[in-house]
Design a protein around this ligand. Structure first.
Ligand code: CA
Length: 267
């Protein structure tokens, strides 16, 4: 009888411990469906860190020490394959070799460029891409975007920092989570439709974030796009989101990718 009681107690205790060790599963973010509506070439030499659309041009930052660049080029491509591959940039600015360029945002008439570990925000003229000035900050720079008033930075953690464009002081910090589970490794960013969209480093998905709370509102699985490319380098990760207001769609690319894809969220 005593053995039976012990069995029951153990069963109750073990079930309780099991319940504590395995809390209720978190709610997965809603899957966001999309359709592929266009594709175009992307210079496969660009180690994409920041991507945005302004007018009829892309603006893109490319990373790595001694190789970092800031470039602009037209969204519309020439017709022939050779012309597409050999098309020059409209503007090109080399970044000093000691900087590893990261996220890029355009606000007003300035382009703001993060550096990875150099704790320096570089500021360029949006028309000429000429260097203007720099501002020091603390921490790492990964992705950058803007909501029309403030710059928004990621640093590889689950935090997003809002910065004043005047002096780059932090005005607000949010933590990104999916039903209570922190989502880290946030990388390239884009602000569109009132939400922050973020690449997650080394993953083929983009998440949609509520800028007020940090809650993940949904996610897009982009593995099908990546599978269309014959990639052979582990560094060729998805990392490039640019909202095209005219097309009401996102341009997507990755580091060293040969293509860019235009995707529209399905209604
Ligand atoms: Ca972007």
């Amino acid at each position: 009888m005593e053995f039976r009681v012990k069995q029951i107690l153990c069963a109750l205790l073990c079930t309780s411990l099991l319940f504590i060790a395995n809390p209720a599963p978190v709610t997965a973010a809603e899957s966001i469906a999309y359709e592929l509506i266009a594709e175009r070439t992307h210079k496969p030499t660009l180690f994409t860190q920041g991507l945005l659309v302004h007018g009829d041009h892309f603006y893109e930052s490319s990373g790595l020490y001694n190789q970092s660049l800031l470039v602009s080029y037209p969204i519309a491509e020439p017709a022939s394959t050779w012309a597409k591959i050999s098309a020059p940039f409209t503007k090109k600015q080399t970044i000093p070799e000691r900087y590893f360029a990261e996220g890029l945002a355009l606000l007003g008439d300035k382009l703001y460029l993060l550096t990875w570990q150099e704790q320096t925000l570089l500021i360029y003229d949006k028309t000429t891409l000429n260097y203007q000035n720099s501002i020091a900050y603390k921490g790492e720079g990964w992705g950058l975007t803007e909501d029309g008033r403030q710059l928004i930075r990621s640093d590889g953690s689950d935090a997003l920092y809002f910065h004043s464009p005047d002096d780059f002081r932090i005005t607000k910090t949010i933590k990104v989570s999916d039903a209570g589970r922190p989502i880290s490794q946030l990388n390239e960013l884009e602000f569109a439709g009132g939400f922050i969209w973020a690449n997650i480093w080394y993953q083929d998905r983009i998440i949609k974030i509520d800028p007020a709370t940090g809650d993940v509102m949904g996610e897009m699985d982009l593995s099908e796009l990546k599978q269309k490319l014959e990639l052979n380098n582990s560094e060729q990760v998805l990392n490039g989101i640019a909202w095209d207001e005219k097309q009401q769609a996102f341009w997507i690319t990755g580091k060293l990718w040969p293509k860019m894809f235009l995707i529209r969220i399905s209604q």
